[in-house]
Design a protein around this ligand. Sequence first.
Ligand code: BGC
Length: 789
Amino acid sequence: MTGWTWEYEGYEPTDERLRESLCTLGNGYFATRGALPECTADDIHYPGTYVAGCYNRLTSDVAGRQVENEDMVNVPNWLPLRFRLRGGPWLTPDTAPLVEHRMGLLLASGMLERRTRYDLGAGRVLAVHQQRIVHMADPHLAALRTEFTAEGFSGELEVEASLDGGVTNAGVPRYRDLDGHHLIHVQAGTATPETVWLRCRTRTSDVRIGMAARLTSDGLVTVRNKNRRTTQHTVLALADGRARTVDKVIALYTSRDPAISDPLHAAVDRVGRAPGFDDLLTSHCTVWDQLWRRAALEVAGESGRILRLHLFHVLQTLSPHTADLDVGVPARGLHGEAYRGHVFWDELFVLPFLNLHFPEVSRALLRYRHRRLEKACTSARAVGRRGALFPWQSGSDGREETQQLHLNPRSGRWLPDHSHLQYHVGSAIAYNVWQYCEASGDMEFRHTKGAEMMLQIARFWADAAEYDDGLGRYRITGVVGPDEYHDAYPGASVPGLDDNAYTNVTAAWVLMRALELIDALPEPRRRELAERTGLDVTELELWHEVSRTLYVPFHSGVISQFDGYGELAELPWNEYRRRYGDIRRLDRILEAEGDTVNRYQASKQADVLMLGYLFAPAELRGLFDRLGVPLDDETWHRTVDYYLHRTSHGSTLSGLVHGWVLARARRAEAWTFCQEALQGDIADVQGGTTGEGIHLGAMAGTLDLVQRGLTGLETRDGALWLDPVPLPELSAYGFGLRYQGHWGVRLHLEHGHLDISVPFSDAPPIDLRLPDRTVVLKPGESTRLKLPD
Ligand code: BGC
């Protein structure tokens, strides 16, 4: 199927890590990198398997300090399967010549297929054809089918399949100085010669892991259990031209799973009952079909192919199985160890997409935050504030997981990390609560957990804001905005910046929405909430006041990223580009030069411009009006220009936001940035980072760029609003939506027309609002509308 396959031809050791990330298979519960089963972890290969939400905390000695880090654990490797002619050397692409090597990621069926032909000399070739799935219907299963064919000879092939508990977290070279030994008490055993098992525990979080493998071969299977691994051995009699098959089916459980008594027992039992590879593949494909129907996105050409890959990885990280788990949005997917599997504000780029296809998944991701609300309230108290302060980086229990030190690989220095001052993550959570409720119509969540989170986040902002007599306004000081290059004023002894515009404006929005939400609560519920949280009229009055008088700094006729940004030095951009070529990580370049990016008007990523990403133009104007600082189009466009020239795009999120904002401003450069967002992972634009895990926020963001960015789609006030903007390079597209009880609403835009159809159901009609008209569509109806020019 054209546009549904990602193919890699030839063996390129230097690209292997990138391919492994992009060929990762997962089902929301766990994921395994696309490593070759005959290769072990080394400088080229990095097999890794990660279970969503499975973390472990270790202390390491770094630069003379004891630092604690919590990591998403690389669990035992289920992939190993190696082979050799009897008595010969084990074959790998690094040790034996290849006649052919292809990897193909088949998106429609969620399968990784590989064909390799090893040249054995003297006209003999061994063809290896492998098919791999991580089961989308049963989240605990995965399977690997291997077909061996002798070409030009007959002989015996030895095959060894293992479960390897000797793995560590070693996937990110920058973390090499940190302890990566997360697994202890590794024990291997044999249930029957065909079925083996491995169990272990995480070192401090004490998560028990059970894995079992069933090997099907027409040769005799023998087992050896030693050195933290269990190995099944079989010999195949190969006859020239005839394929022989070995199937490996595995099951994986942890003690975090519900409805089991023991993970090892569950794994052995499950693998014993699992059907054969063909049946597993059929049930796997059925569920993938359903997923593709629920998240259908049709965009022509290469962009469509890339978007489909992005959708594939989003669905593999956050699938309907996620709805049953206590997990957040891991910034780098379940695809690698960068950022340690932590959860940042990136859900801001993910949930708006999921809301309109898998609202139950969005709800689960918000519940992950809600379960950690009490911890966030404790964190707020620790900095002397009321309400909830969510961590910039979150892991198992919701404490702040941001590293205390980070390594600049350019200078080799470990530096203090102040990014935990990105308190704006709370506003991202509130924004998602609001958006989720608007899109799904889930009043139960809105009135209960949603209201509780909105209240505590709003309370934090109102308490963090301090009145400045001189300005006659409230200020929020000592924070870091989305642009994490700037974490302090030049020469300051304490980190933090004052009045980051993004922080203040989104805080004002949170306060306004929280007031609205509380006002609209059923009276008994409002009373309950007030009784439990001590919310009273005086506090609500304070929220009103703060939400109208937070300070938004300006300089040179543009919104200032933070107070004083305009006084920083200008960076000689061209000179730096000339000297370094790629200056995305300007912070590292300047630090290695003995300078600091804090001195310059140079941003890592969209910061002020994030406001144009979150809020449609009319809503943004409304927010500024409410703050008493009118924002006309001219000022906004000047602001966009200003930061466009002062941003190095050191985060994949930056291209996405710029593409989105510029498309809305109908600017010609929009496509360049959309392209950068589309290319982010497939071309590894940030230089070597994708091999350590995909960038899930940017991937999901590109889907939403079509779904909400180009269409101007908003779900608010009980209606579906559309205000499409043209982007010539992406002019025809269509997608399906799940909206307030309607499944499979179809939209298609092409040639200035919008076609929309609503499937039959007993849900109420959809109130559709375009800039120039209102249309009401009943279930079973469809219409074609000409869009305004
Ligand atoms: C970006 C953050 C983002 C994080 C995780 C960083 O490089 O600056 O905005 O949350 O990556 O994706």
